[in-house]
Design a protein around this ligand. Structure first.
Ligand code: SF4
Length: 346
């Protein structure tokens, strides 16, 4: 049974909606980040690799060239013939709107690019950028805004030097979704001082506001970061793979079935990764999550059902039925953050 039978993955969602495989192509458009250049902060987030920051943006291939290189590789590997241009590296709304429009339109001008995904910080999305994304959406493209929240706790965000709080995320996610723009929220599991309960609480706060997609990521310790110094000094201990798998499954179970998971783990390359070493093994983690969900007899959304069913005294938990997909982009009505987390141990 593939993971997509248990989790509403973005890839499967695209396949269902477009009737063919659609793949994201990552683009590095040469943006910087306001958390490094002094406009929001200096030094960047404590886990962000400073060396890989693009000092030679002018030397980057243009958008069309990057798409062409990406499509060749992905086509060969997956057979996909339609793509989303994923503006991934750093803060992809950090620039004047005209420049942003030129870059996004250059990607959408490619005949096999049917959509756009723009990754950014929640404090770097002014109304003019939302208007631009809506304009592209109204021209017939699927457009997603990807917001790096990482944690819903201001104390944690301050500790890792994010340079923004939950308030900025709240403003942006509400403004985007009010315009009908789908949002994918990025959360990191295993941030300093955070464990399972904090991860569940962050998810609850995100679901309360409403989100359309989620990306989960274990915290990596990579070279040339403040976190690496902390880790070397014994001040930070990364999660084990088993701990990450268990928390990721808890989060998946507690996420409504209509929210798409764009990612349930993340990897780092060996040349920069210091710890944990299992973060180079994407398939081991994905297989671990699938095996754990199967062992629990559960799937995405069933943690919520379990709580609701439990509260009425009905014991039914296991079901072979696939997740029921409700209307996309709907704002959840259940106050998820106040529901008691369900675990397989209960
Ligand atoms: S917001 Fe993103 S790009 Fe900027 S410092 Fe933090 S992790 Fe790095």
């Amino acid at each position: 049974m593939p993971l997509s039978d248990l989790v509403n993955t973005f890839g499967q969602d695209l396949l269902r909606r477009y009737g063919r495989r659609v793949h994201k192509l990552a683009i590095h458009a040469g943006f910087s980040c306001p958390n490094r250049d002094g406009s929001k902060g200096r030094g960047g987030c404590s886990f962000c690799n400073n060396v890989s920051f693009s000092p030679h943006a002018d030397a980057l291939p243009d958008v069309a060239t990057q798409i062409d290189a990406g499509r060749r590789v992905v086509k060969k590997r997956t057979g996909a013939e339609r793509f989303f241009a994923y503006f991934q590296a750093y803060t992809n709304t950090y620039g004047d709107v005209e420049r942003l429009g030129r870059l996004y339109r250059a990607a959408l001008a490619e005949p096999d690019v049917i959509g756009l995904s723009v990754g950014t910080r929640p404090d770097c999305v002014p109304d003019a950028v939302l208007d631009l994304l809506c304009e592209l959406r109204d021209a017939g493209h699927e457009v997603w805004l990807e917001l790096g929240l990482q944690s819903a706790f201001d104390a944690t965000l301050a500790r890792v030097n994010r340079g923004h709080g939950f308030g900025e995320y709240r403003r942006t996610v509400l403004a985007a979704r009010r315009r009908g723009l789908p949002v994918c929220t990025h959360l990191i599991v295993g941030l300093p001082g955070e464990g399972r309960e904090a991860a569940l609480a962050s998810l609850g706060r995100v679901l309360d506001l409403g989100t359309d997609g989620l990306k989960l990521h274990p915290l990596h310790v990579v070279r040339h970061t403040l976190l690496a110094k902390d880790w070397r000094a014994g001040g930070y201990r990364p999660l084990t793979m088993a701990q990450y798998v268990a928390i990721a499954c808890d989060l998946i179970e507690r996420t409504p079935a209509e929210v798409t998971f764009h990612r349930v783990t993340g990897t780092a390359t060996r040349d920069i990764l210091l710890a944990p070493d299992w973060c180079t093994k994407k398939w081991a983690v994905l297989n671990g999550i699938e095996a754990e969900l199967r062992r629990r007899g559960t799937r995405q959304g069933l943690g919520i059902t379990e709580y609701e069913v439990r509260s009425t005294g009905a014991p039914e938990r296991r079901s072979a039925a696939p997740p029921v997909l409700r209307t996309p982009y709907s704002v959840p009505r259940t106050p998820y953050s106040v529901l008691r987390p369900w675990t397989s141990a209960q």
